[in-house]
Design a binder for this molecule. Structure first.
Ligand code: ADQ
Length: 473
């Protein structure tokens, strides 16, 4: 089998220094899990940024490169300015909000596009240095949208796939991007461009037609005589591993701890939210809808509790700092207005929680709230379902996340309709057990059959198919 070269902004490992010694720790992320199989089986390499600015000394860089090589990973050393301008300002400060339809979060003038270009060129150098004829290249996500075309120029015969993990917005929104032509041409350097949902693939084809004035179908674009396939590959989670981990004794112990906060004879139903602290995740409106639930149904006070975990994220980006303060204030206001000496309506954890605690929350949730205003897929929804071997618990899911296209047995909400969402929370809470079970069974069948391994395999099979199609042309 030919080697697979995976390229993503961040490597699936983190370099850390403990007691003066350098360690390379594998990360647990969904992408790392899904691609571990093909990465190892094919003797491939993973090329990306190790998460820290380049060490000044060449000797130190060489040492770290060697340590990373043991994990079949190759570092792309970004300069301090690239980290700030490519990663924080352009990728997370401008592309992220635009692709999530939050145009008012895009800076009035997007500076440093040249650094985004330079960083993509930097990645291209690193890939070209590793490439051997016959290798397949799989590029990931919005930080590297120029890379497929840069690689195509240098390696005209290479098999190149690209997958976008975030939404591809409607052409009306995408057209506002100053670098729209370059982004489309960059992506079209690939043989296969993959998205989570049919809607994103349609938006992409429509943008190509409207902006580049080229013929495009939702499943293919012909670019200078070369066919670029467009495909839909909804990403899943490692469902079997989640179920197994959620059944471990340390998770049972955490579950018992969760019940301790409750007064005897007091059945308190848990609502749970788990997100990176990001303005796309819909946390403020989720809190307002929970507040409405307490206003409309005073009998639920002291009988329900929302545990919201918000994992710190992108703390160097100004918009995230401001957002964090707004959220702190909102939680404080709701707790101040409704709390009693023995009950706090919203438990807000602004930190990353250990795995066992996260899994216990998934298992304890009577109602899981996944209500982003926009999200490419959302793996939290699928992790929750994977952990519910008891076939209980209700998933409330925003209609604006990629997962909504698949998880049709969840209770669907429009997160912008706060009153409507409050009514859905009530419906979820009062849903009879038979209906909860019937819905959860269907959700589990989907999450188990289309897991992260199936996702990686189907993308790679489609990439292989483009090779065959090209050979027969
Ligand atoms: P994210 O925006 O990061 O991913 P998501 O898909 O929900 O969003 O994944 C978050 C991950 O973080 C989950 O695997 C979750 O378990 C983990 N996590 C959450 N809370 C945690 C905690 N407290 N401690 C440790 N881990 C925690 C982007 C896109 C998504 C898309 C994915 C994959 O924005 O739309 O689903 O990529 O393509």
């Amino acid at each position: 089998m030919s080697r697979l070269l995976i390229v993503s902004n961040r490597l699936p490992v983190t370099v850390s220094i403990m007691d003066g010694e350098t360690h390379v720790l594998p990360s647990m992320g969904g992408l790392a899990t899904g691609l571990r199989g093909p990465h190892e089986r094919t003797g491939g390499l993973w090329i990306g940024w190790p998460g820290q600015a380049a060490p000044a000394s060449a000797k130190r860089r060489a040492e770290l490169t060697q340590l990373l090589a043991a994990h079949r990973t190759v570092p792309v050393w970004l300069t301090r300015s690239e980290v700030t301008h490519f990663y924080e300002d352009v990728s997370n400060g401008a592309i992220w909000p635009l692709f999530h339809y939050l145009i008012d979060q895009v800076p009035l003038r997007v500076e440093h596009w040249d650094v985004y270009e330079a960083a993509n060129a930097h990645f291209a150098e690193a890939v070209v240095a590793q490439y051997r004829p016959g290798d397949r290249i799989w590029v990931h996500d919005y930080q590297l949208m120029l890379l497929p075309a840069l690689l195509r120029r240098r390696l005209p015969d290479a098999r190149i796939g690209f997958f976008l993990h975030i939404p591809f917005p409607s052409d009306e929104v995408f057209a506002t991007m100053p670098a729209r032509d370059a982004v489309l041409r960059g992506l079209l350097g690939a043989d296969l461009v993959g998205f989570h949902t049919p809607a994103y693939a349609r938006h992409f084809a429509e943008s190509v037609r409207r902006i580049l004035r080229m013929p495009a179908e939702p499943d293919a674009v012909v670019m200078e005589g070369r066919t670029v396939r467009v495909g839909v590959f909804p990403m899943g989670v490692d469902a079997a591993a989640y179920e197994e981990r959620a059944a471990r004794p340390e998770v049972d112990a955490q579950l018992a701890d969760l019940a301790l906060g409750t007064a005897p004879g007091h059945d308190v139903a848990l609502f749970v939210g788990v997100d990176r602290l990001d303005y796309t995740k819909g946390i403020p409106r989720r809190l307002l809808a929970f507040e409405q639930l307490l206003v409309r149904h005073p009998e639920l006070r002291e009988r329900v509790r929302l545990i919201q975990v918000a994992v710190p994220s992108r703390t160097a980006v100004g918009a995230y700092q401001k957002f964090r303060h707004e959220l702190d204030a909102l939680v404080g206001r709701i707790n101040g207005a409704f709390g009693t000496p023995r009950w706090t309506p919203v438990h807000y954890l602004y930190r990353s929680v250990p795995d066992a605690q996260l899994l216990a929350l998934y298992r304890a949730a009577r109602v899981m709230l996944v209500t982003p205003v926009r999200d490419g897929m959302n793996l939290v929804a699928k992790e929750f379902v994977a952990c519910r071997a008891d076939e209980d618990g209700v998933l409330v899911l925003s209609e604006f996340v990629g997962a909504a296209a698949e998880l049709t047995d969840a209770l669907c909400v429009n997160p912008y309709d706060v009153d409507g969402a409050a009514a859905t929370y009530y419906r979820a809470l009062t849903m009879p057990r038979d209906e909860r079970q019937a819905r959860m069974r269907t959700l589990r069948a989907r999450v188990q059959s289309y897991d992260v391994h199936a996702w990686a395999d189907s993308f790679l099979a489609a990439l292989e198919e483009t090779r065959r199609a090209a050979a027969s042309e």
